[in-house]
Ligand binder design. Structure first.
Ligand SMILES: [Zn+2]
Ligand SMILES: [Zn+2]
Length: 142
């Protein structure tokens, strides 16, 4: 079980996480996280403090993103159906033992940006084919 919080501390949570990190360079993640979003998949996620300060915005037809309404920190990316939540890695109190596993939208990676770790890489087209095979190219982000 890991714990985490936003920058100002208004929202705190407890999460059971995987030990791998997914990195996304899609334009939505760039706007949201200033360059790259690093998420850690959770088995379980519970807000332990400041639920009133937790904002959730629908970022696409199928996904939503959680943030602190006080300080604006990114807290999670969630897909309600079928139901998974990737917690913002940087909001975790302790990130030891986490390893980058995959990079999404690598063809959208900002110039000069590179991860030192060797991971699986997926282009925008590969992400769309993988995540939204039935919806075609109407989905432009993960
Ligand atoms: Zn905050
Ligand atoms: Zn993304």
């Amino acid at each position: 079980m890991r714990t985490g919080q936003c920058l100002c501390g208004a929202v705190a949570y407890r999460a059971e996480t995987a030990d791998t990190v997914s990195v996304c360079y899609c334009k939505m993640c760039q706007r949201w996280a200033s360059g790259v979003f690093m998420g850690v998949m959770t088995e379980r996620f519970d807000v332990t403090e400041g639920a009133d300060h937790l904002g959730v915005i629908s970022s696409s037809d199928w996904a939503e993103r959680g943030f602190c309404k006080m300080c604006g920190s990114n807290l999670f990316y969630r897909v309600p159906e079928p139901g998974y939540l990737s917690v913002a890695m940087g909001s975790l109190d302790d990130t030891s033992g986490l390893t980058p596993r995959v990079q999404y939208y690598v063809d959208k990676r900002p110039e000069g940006f590179a991860l030192a770790a060797e991971t699986k890489e997926m282009t925008e087209a590969e992400c769309i084919a993988f995540f939204a095979p039935e919806e075609g190219d109407s989905h432009d982000q993960v």
